[in-house]
Design a protein around this ligand. Sequence first.
Ligand code: BES
Ligand code: ZN
Length: 458
Amino acid sequence: MSLDAVLAKIDTDLSDATERLKELLRIPSISTDPAYAQHCQTAADWLVADLARLGVPAQKRETPGHPMVVGHINEDSDGPHLLFYGHYDVQPVDPLDLWDNDPFDPQVEDTAKGQVIRGRGSADDKGQLMTFLEACRAWTHVHGALPCRITFFFEGEEESGSPSLVPFMQENADELRADIALICDTGLFESKTPAIVTMLRGLLGEEFTIQGPDIDLHSGMYGGISINPIRVMGKVIAGLHDDEGRITVPHFYDGVAELSDEMEAQWQGLAFDHAHFLGEVGLSHPAGEQDRTPLEMIWSRPTCEVNGIWGGYTGDGFKTVLPAQAHAKISFRLVGDQDPEAIRANFRAYVQSMLPEDCTVEFKGHSSGAASATETTDPMFEKARQALSTEWGVPAAYVGCGGSIPIAGHFQNILDTTPMLIGFGKDDDALHSPNEKYDVESFHKGIRSWARILDALT
Ligand code: BES
Ligand code: ZN
């Protein structure tokens, strides 16, 4: 009965909740670009103030990077101790000219598929983060208090590899340890089925520069006799995969496990429509390891992707230059027990081995984190799954996720706290891309889902 009152309050409050989300979205809290550091502070302050409005005492906690926000409520109460995590930082917006509107002037738009909230961070992760806060707001309005002990933990560095997270969690382990960590940073399965993510891929980033001649050269004077580092880069990159889509870096597959029979059966039951998934972005053919299913390709197999490559003259017109340098940024998605640092070393050795005479290479390492997987044996999982199924009218599924959320593994390893990953994003949200959006349906039903989950877990 009282859950109905909370759900009704969520329904009537939706437009105010949307306005609050728009306030948060107006803060350009881009974590990877130091020029936006002050805006990360502002976003953290905004969250502290919003938690205070909810009656939750919270603090901005400085780190060597962007601040964390931590709040606690009902610390002495019996019952489960839930922790809620989300990240307030967002990805850069470039290329800006591909946005139809200012990425930090969010708007509610009518589209053929329904209403959306458009703006950088709407789906990743401010809109998702706010689903939990709005559920708590409605709950508090109806009941006068939240149902159990809850720790709120918001990060501002997720999109840049969470460099301050491990020391912060280690230093504050007793404060942050909980019975379960609810993480809202993932999506629905096929944009319609509620899902609990049980596997996340890890990530390893590498940037490198291949140097040939000391200076850029005239390609007429030197072309033919001089090595061209872009040509070398092309060969290095082309050699990373074989014709079957397998990655060639030595020992790359060490630690990659086969799917359990149970998981394989579960995933088969999902009947993933890969043609639709690819069709939505103008593709048709699954281009990964050719002996793997499409779901394996995006959830349980490791990858190597070139994220950027540059060098030589790329401006308007034409310049007959033989460039001195070629650059690339490459990332690996990791699974199972793959060891990021071993792969970094083996990758670097591979690049070295491909260099002809007169070429040298310099590497710059970016963040790394291993994959994580979650057991779903705690009865709280089944309760949450039921609550999600009721809200969405279809049975919620256990799924994998090809993305990386570093904190999930850290909860497990540092705090011995199981992460429960539930989110409401859709495949066409354009995460990290121009015109990112979050469906009003995701926001509304996301809030209602958390209210049902709070009710089920307490
Ligand atoms: N919310 C995403 C993870 C995600 C991606 C969930 C796709 C569902 C579908 C998260 O914020 C993210 O983008 N993580 C980065 C982590 C990296 C920068 C360390 C990623 O996966 O690239
Ligand atoms: Zn995210």
